[in-house]
Design a protein around this ligand. Structure first.
Ligand code: AMP
Length: 395
C-alpha cells in the first residue's frame, strides 16, 4: 500500500483530502474535533519532512454555493492551535489567487481551502474541476476514509492528475483494519448488524454470509426477519418487500453453516416515545399497536455469550432506539459485551455512524480495538464493493 511513508515531502507541497466535516454550533464553535485530530499525524509527517501542506475538505451539504455556516474558515484558529503552525485560508478552492497561494506556500506552513462542495462539480466528479484542484500540490494524499465510497472530484477523479499519490495515516489504518477482517479474521468471527432498515443492510449481510461464523441481528431490522419466520410483530418496523430476502438469507446461512442470532425477546412500547408504557415480550408474539424498540434481557444474554467466545467482532448498527434512555439498554449491554470480549483478546471494529456514537455515548471508545471514521464507506467495504477513493490510488 502506498502511504505517506513511501515519500519524502522535502520541499514538496502535499495536497491532502481530509474529512473536516465537523459539527459546529450556532456560534460556529467546533463541537467535536476528532476528525481534525485524526488528521494531525499525516500533516506532521509532511511538515517534519520539510514540506508544506494544502488541505481540502467538504463541510456539510451546501445546496446553493457558498454559505457562511458551511465555511471552513471557522476551523482556522483551532487548526492553528492543534498544529502549532500558521494556517493560511483561501475563500475559494480553485481561484487563481488560491492556487497561487499554494504555489508560493512556505515550507512548514498550511493552506486550508474553502469548502469543496460550494461547487457542484465536486460531487459530480467533474474532471476539469479536479484538474484545477490538482494544481495545489505536487503529491496527492487521500486521508478521508469517510468519503472513500464517493467518486467525487477531490476523492477519486483528482488522482489521475498525479503521478505521486498515496494514503494518509488515517486512511492506511482504516484500510488495514477493515481488510484484515475481510480477508483474514481470527475465528470465530461475529458480525453484529443492527439499525432501522433491512434494506440498508441486505448487501452487507449477504456478503458477511461468506465471511462470518455468527451474525447477530438486532434493531428495527430484526422484526422483518421475525416476520419471515412466521412471527407476529405488532407495529414494529417492517419492510414487507424484504420478507422474501430475509427468508433467503436464513436458508443461505444454514447452507453456509453461519449461525444467525435474532433477539428472542424485545422491550416493546405502546408508542414511539421515551415515556411510553413498556414491557418485555417474545419478539415473535408482539401484540397489535405495540412495537419492539429494544432487544430484551434474554437476547442480551444470548448475544453476549456469542461475543464472549468470539475472536473477531464487527459491529454496525444499534440494537434499539438507543437515543432514548428507555430503549438504550440493549445497545449499551452489547457495547459492554464487545468491550469485555476485547479485553479477553478479541479484535473489535466498530463501524462508523450510529454504532460509533453509541460506543462513545456509553463510554466504551477506549475499550474496543478500533472505531472507524467511515459509516457509509465501511458499510460498502464490507458489502464487498471496491471504494473509488481506494481504487484511485491503488489502481
Ligand atoms: P441505521 O442508520 O440503519 O444504522 O439505523 C440507526 C437508527 O435505527 C437509530 O436512529 C435507531 O434509533 C434506529 N432503531 C434501532 N432499533 C430500532 C427499532 N427497534 N425500531 C425503530 N428504530 C430503531
Amino acid at each position: 500500500m502506498k502511504t505517506v511513508d513511501t515519500f519524502s515531502f522535502k520541499e514538496k507541497r502535499a495536497l491532502i483530502r481530509v474529512d473536516y466535516n465537523v459539527p459546529l454550533d450556532e456560534s460556529f464553535v467546533i463541537q467535536d474535533d476528532s476528525r481534525i485530530t485524526e488528521s494531525l499525524s499525516t500533516i506532521k509527517k509532511i511538515l517534519n519532512d520539510g514540506g508544506s501542506v494544502v488541505l481540502m475538505s467538504h463541510l456539510g451539504r451546501p445546496k446553493n454555493g457558498p454559505e457562511n455556516k458551511f465555511s471552513l474558515k471557522h476551523l482556522v484558529s483551532h487548526l492553528e492551535i492543534l498544529t502549532g503552525v500558521k494556517v493560511l485560508f483561501s475563500d475559494d478552492c480553485v481561484s487563481k489567487k488560491a492556487i497561487n497561494t499554494s504555489k508560493n506556500l512556505e515550507i512548514g506552513t498550511i493552506h486550508l481551502l474553502e469548502n469543496l462542495r460550494f461547487y457542484p462539480e465536486e460531487t459530480s466528479g467533474n474532471n476539469d474541476f479536479a484538474e484545477k484542484l490538482s494544481e495545489h500540490g505536487d503529491i496527492y494524499v487521500n486521508d478521508a476514509f469517510g468519503t472513500a465510497h464517493r467518486s467525487h472530484a477531490s476523492t477519486a477523479v483528482i488522482a489521475r492528475h498525479f503521478t505521486d499519490k498515496c494514503f494518509g495515516y488515517l486512511m492506511t489504518k482504516e484500510i488495514s483494519n477493515a481488510s484484515m477482517l475481510l480477508k483474514n479474521p481470527e475465528r470465530p468471527f461475529t458480525a453484529i448488524v443492527g439499525g432501522a432498515k433491512v434494506s440498508d443492510k441486505i448487501l452487507i449481510i449477504q456478503n458477511l454470509l461468506n465471511i462470518a461464523d455468527h451474525i447477530i441481528i438486532g434493531g428495527g431490522m430484526a422484526y422483518t426477519f421475525k416476520c419471515a419466520q412466521g412471527g407476529t410483530i405488532g407495529n414494529s418496523l417492517f419492510e414487507e418487500e424484504r420478507v422474501e430476502t430475509c427468508r433467503e438469507i436464513l436458508i443461505e446461512a444454514k447452507k453456509k453453516n453461519v449461525q444467525i442470532h435474532l433477539p428472542q425477546d424485545s422491550i416493546i412500547a405502546d408508542k414511539f416515545d421515551n415515556n411510553a408504557n413498556t414491557k418485555n415480550c417474545q419478539s415473535d408474539q408482539i401484540p397489535d399497536v405495540w412495537m419492539g424498540l429494544d432487544i430484551g434481557g434474554d437476547a442480551i444474554s444470548t448475544f453476549s455469550n456469542v461475543l464472549t467466545q468470539s475472536k473477531t467482532i464487527l459491529w454496525n448498527g444499534p440494537m434499539g432506539v438507543f437515543e432514548m434512555s428507555t430503549f438504550e439498554n440493549g445497545t449499551k449491554s452489547i457495547a459492554k459485551a464487545v468491550a469485555l470480549a476485547t479485553d479477553n483478546g478479541a479484535f473489535s471494529l466498530i463501524g462508523g455512524g450510529d454504532s460509533s456514537a453509541a460506543v462513545k455515548k456509553f463510554g466504551y471508545t477506549n475499550q474496543v480495538s478500533y472505531v472507524s471514521t467511515g459509516g457509509g464507506a465501511l458499510l460498502e467495504y464490507f458489502e464487498g464493493k471496491k471504494l473509488p477513493g481506494i481504487v484511485a490510488i491503488e489502481g
